[in-house]
Design a protein around this ligand. Structure first.
Ligand code: EPU
Length: 428
């Protein structure tokens, strides 16, 4: 096991290259099952959620070959199994995409209920509603989602809540179903568009991704593809907030500035200067950030996956800010960690009132989930003195080389092994 140690206070200068998007990659990898052919996928981030997804594919019989550290060839021609055991599925939320992909290929799926970050209840009723509308029989049997159809037929599906996962899963399941599927009240995140683009590059016929009505004309076959994953909007946003919080001047490369608009506009409201280029943004910050109010919303609103990082910035802003979480029931679990550093938060249900303080103090922190872990790193970068962040497995799920990327722009940050305590005979 390892932890991250940060000596805070350094301003950040230089350039950071953004990796491929986690939440696109973890859907595109299962999508390769539908092609039953060789798919070459570029810009795959080296993160542990991807590693687990590749193990899941290999456990089904797929051949995975690394061409370089971010490019893979996946051959799913010999996949002959449609069951994902608990050992793998419980490690990541995105294992639920295997249900849609296996249904699309075999009309059958047996997948253990998914794991992932703990934000309170995380139902999958909208996924199931979609599969049933396509003609599947779905039941939960001993912790497994068991889905079967004799034949899948296109259907019109209205989502009761805007769900990223359900929208993508229904796309995967319906892409080869007979006839037309219409998803209404669909999610519009950049990773939805990326999955649709990838499936279309395999020969699918998906239109409207990125709007709230997606139309999928079922096709008989999908072929192999050569596809590059979209840049990670949340990784880029995390570094933008880090620079805004520490002060400095950093060019963040390999991004789609349009995907960052909600983050850019909030940072500008705090007084941070953001310059936009074709595929990069420059973040310039030379004074204490100002306050602002943030409400998380599905895309194009402010992303819930940026809420802990933004709240950490606001913890040192001048004035009082209000952060409202409207996507997840329980996404303020990290606040108690920030309060160890002297941050002033009052949380009431899904609303946090943040009274900005001049400084945070270094402390021993835990990453309670992925984005909370990123927020703890930002807190360590701005705090006076030394911060240690434990449980960094959560951070490794979604950030490629976060320590190296921050070190390259001047942060004093390192990973070190956690030494197990030596047990004496008396206590052994
Ligand atoms: N919901 C339902 N029923 C469902 C599905 C969702 O009620 O069947 C509710 C959820 O409880 C939540 C809301 O709908 O209140 C949105 O959930 P959504 O399905 O959109 O979330 P998800 O697909 O499980 C993905 C990302 C999360 C991100 C959310 C929201 C992946 C693998 N995960 O989760 O990312 O927070 O969308 O944008 O794509 C992260 O990357 O750190 C992360 C947690």
């Amino acid at each position: 096991m390892e932890k991250i140690i940060i000596n805070g206070g350094n301003r950040l200068y230089g350039e950071i290259d953004i990796s491929g998007a986690k939440n696109a990659a973890v859907a595109i990898l299962p999508a390769t099952i539908l092609a039953a052919d060789i798919c070459r996928i570029e810009n795959i981030p080296q993160i542990s959620d991807v590693t687990i997804m590749l193990k899941i594919l290999e456990s089904l019989g797929a051949h995975v070959k690394y061409i370089n550290k971010n490019t893979l060839e996946i051959d799913t021609r010999f996949v002959d199994c449609f069951e994902i055991p608990d050992d793998y599925a419980r490690h990541l939320r995105a294992s639920y995409y295997m249900i849609g992909a296996l249904l699309g290929r075999f009309n059958n799926a047996r997948v253990s209920m998914p794991g992932g970050c703990n934000f309170g209840v995380r139902p999958i009723d909208q996924h199931i509603k979609g599969f049933e509308a396509l003609g599947c029989d779905v039941r939960i049997d001993d912790g497994m989602v068991v889905a079967h159809a004799n034949k899948m037929y296109g259907s019109s599906i209205y989502m009761d809540v805007v769900s990223v996962g359900a929208t993508m899963n229904i796309m995967l399941a319906s892409v080869k179903a007979k006839g037309l599927t219409v998803i209404e009240n669909a999610a519009k995140e950049p990773h939805i568009v990326d999955l649709a683009n990838c499936l279309n590059s395999m020969g699918a016929d998906i239109r409207g991704a990125g709007t709230d009505v997606i139309k999928i004309h079922g096709v008989e076959e999908l072929h192999g593809c050569n596809y590059s994953v979209v840049p990670d909007q949340i990784e880029a946003g995390t570094y933008m907030v880090a620079v805004a919080a520490t002060g400095g001047n950093v060019l963040i490369n390999h991004v789609i500035p349009k995907h960052l608009e909600s983050i850019t506009s909030k940072l500008e409201e705090c007084g941070v200067v953001i310059e936009e280029y074709d595929e990069a943004v420059r973040v310039i910050s030379d004074s204490r950030p100002g306050k602002c109010n943030v409400k998380t919303m599905p895309h194009p609103g402010f992303p819930t996956d940026m809420q802990p990082q933004m709240a950490t910035l606001l913890s040192i802003a001048s004035g009082t800010s209000i952060v409202s979480e409207s996507v997840w029931d329980s996404r303020f679990r990290y606040v108690s960690e920030l309060m160890k550093m002297g941050a002033d938060f009052q949380v009431n249900g899904k609303i946090a009132v943040i009274q900005g303080v001049e400084k945070l103090r270094g402390a021993h922190l835990k990453a309670v989930d992925l984005r909370a872990g990123a927020a703890m790193i930002i807190a360590g970068l701005i705090a006076e003195g030394k911060t240690e962040v434990e449980d960094i497995v959560h951070i490794d799920r979604g950030y490629e080389n976060i320590v190296e990327k921050l070190k390259n722009v001047g942060a004093d940050i390192k990973r070190v092994p956690i030494l197990e305590p030596i047990m004496s005979n008396a206590t052994a």
